[in-house]
Design a protein around this ligand. Structure first.
Ligand SMILES: NC(=O)c1ccc[n+]([C@@H]2O[C@H](COP(=O)([O-])OP(=O)(O)OC[C@H]3O[C@@H](n4cnc5c(N)ncnc54)[C@H](OP(=O)(O)O)[C@@H]3O)[C@@H](O)[C@H]2O)c1
Length: 257
């Protein structure tokens, strides 16, 4: 999809990948509607021109407000980027159920809720793109954040299914699977700490700007899946071909082998 002149709604746009997407899409000529809890962060990311709606995206009232305000200001939504998300480093067998539910609420139900509000408008115009920011952990389970992986696998399945559900309506869907990206994600987690071996891999991490560029390119070429960096595909392939080997290495990294 050509981005120039398009209306792009981005969740989780106050920092990290979402804020970098705001800049990347604005530079390509998009009109922005941004949401997250921090109004200050949104204004920093969007400058003077972006429509800013601060609020918690797990709250249905916020979701309705963002979509209504975007339609009031611009009259349409061409691209929805469901990016807001959070991690948790805690074994699932001892995690409070409330935390497990919260992660699903933010990483899965919020994107589903946003899509339910936006899809009818896109269907009426027979055009639109829904971009869900998943994770490489949504392709290969990461044992140091199993529940996070569960939410991202669910988001990946939603993205694939909706692509088929909405095919004849001219709506495309795309799942983005970043590996390690240098953002505040690790410090913003709900609980726990990055295992040492994973934290050390930060030197190989891509920047939020590189991730945003991969997302923008993916939208331009109507991609189904964007894995960034592309070397992430090697891990996906290794898991398919040698699952026992990869699992054993993952458990080693997790300190549970
Ligand atoms: N960084 C990585 O290594 C990495 C790798 C793979 C996938 N991802 C995915 O990429 C996406 C963005 O992550 P990031 O690295 O940019 O993380 P980040 O820097 O922590 O940014 C997260 C964004 O989500 C917003 N957010 C969090 N909770 C929210 C809530 N309840 N309501 C509304 N907004 C909320 C935050 O804004 P406020 O705090 O202002 O609300 C912030 O703008 C996430 O879906 C994440 O799972 C990240």
């Amino acid at each position: 999809m050509r981005i120039e002149g398009k209306i792009v709604l981005i969740t989780g746009a106050s920092e990290g990948i979402g804020a970098a997407c705001a800049k990347e899409f604005a530079a390509s000529g998009a009109k922005l509607s941004l949401t997250a809890r921090s109004e200050e962060g949104l204004r920093r990311a969007g400058g003077d021109d972006a429509l800013v709606t601060a609020g918690d995206i797990t709250d249905e009232a916020t979701r309705r407000r963002v979509v209504e305000r975007t339609l009031e200001r611009y009259g349409a939504i061409d691209i929805l980027i469901n990016n807001a998300g959070v991690g948790i480093y805690q074994p699932t067998w001892e995690m409070p159920m409330a935390e497990a539910r919260y992660l699903m609420e933010l990483n899965f139900f919020a994107p589903l809720g946003m899509t339910q509000l936006v899809a009818p408008h896109m269907r009426a115009r027979k055009s639109g793109m829904i971009v869900n920011v998943g994770s490489i952990g949504g392709k290969v389970v990461l044992p140091w954040m199993t529940l996070y992986s569960v939410t991202k696998f669910a988001l990946g399945a939603l993205t694939e299914g909706q692509r088929m559900e909405l095919r004849r309506d001219g709506i495309r869907t795309m799942i983005v699977c970043p590996g390690y990206v240098k953002t505040g994600f690790q410090k913003n987690v709900r609980a726990g700490q990055t295992p040492g071996a994973v934290a050390n891999a930060r030197k190989f991490a891509i920047t939020a700007e590189e991730c945003a560029e991969a997302i923008r390119r993916g939208v331009e070429r109507d991609a189904r899946t964007v894995v960034t960096p592309r070397s992430g595909w090697l891990l996906v392939a290794a898991m398919r071909l040698f699952p026992a080997l990869v699992e054993s290495r993952m458990a080693q990294i997790n300190g549970t082998a």
